[in-house]
Design a protein around this ligand. Structure first.
Ligand SMILES: [Zn+2]
Length: 144
């Protein structure tokens, strides 16, 4: 029997969860930080956006971060600094960076965290950047 993730719509098999897939991607990063670590910001932003986890006030900044990562290909330390400035604990902001208890947007994502996590045989940065590209394209088609 399959279920659907209530946040991203991924079809999940018995015992599967998007959170566990997210953690398996983190594990792939830790296993080869030099090769896989640089796409960490794209991975987190793609997971968070497909699960509509960000507060509306933060969402446009997360999308902008993803776009910068893919289109400008800045050095990883730059992306980490921007991510820290946006989402880090020291940043002054009003309200949470998280969605809170409104229902998540229902968006038909062409690639889910499950699709990405279940192909560890394929190059990690390639998978993550393809996922991030599809997230941006999907949001752009919806006017975001
Ligand atoms: Zn999900």
């Amino acid at each position: 029997m399959t279920t659907r993730c209530p946040e991203c719509g991924a079809e999940l098999g018995p015992g599967e969860s998007c959170q566990a897939f997210f953690e398996s991607l983190l594990f792939e990063e830790y296993a080869d930080m030099e090769h896989n670590g640089p796409v960490h910001p794209q991975m987190v932003a793609s997971f968070m956006l497909t699960h509509d986890r960000y507060a509306d006030a933060v969402r446009p900044q997360a999308i902008a971060l993803l776009r910068t990562a893919l289109e400008d290909q800045p050095p990883p330390h730059y992306l980490r600094r921007v991510a820290r400035e946006l989402f880090g604990p020291d940043t002054r902001r009003t309200g949470s960076i998280l969605r809170g208890d409104r229902p998540p947007r229902a968006i038909a994502w062409p690639i889910t965290v499950r699709d990405v996590a279940l192909h560890p045989e394929e190059d990690y940065p390639t998978r993550i950047n393809r996922w991030a590209r599809s997230v941006l394209d999907t949001l752009a088609a919806l006017g975001e």
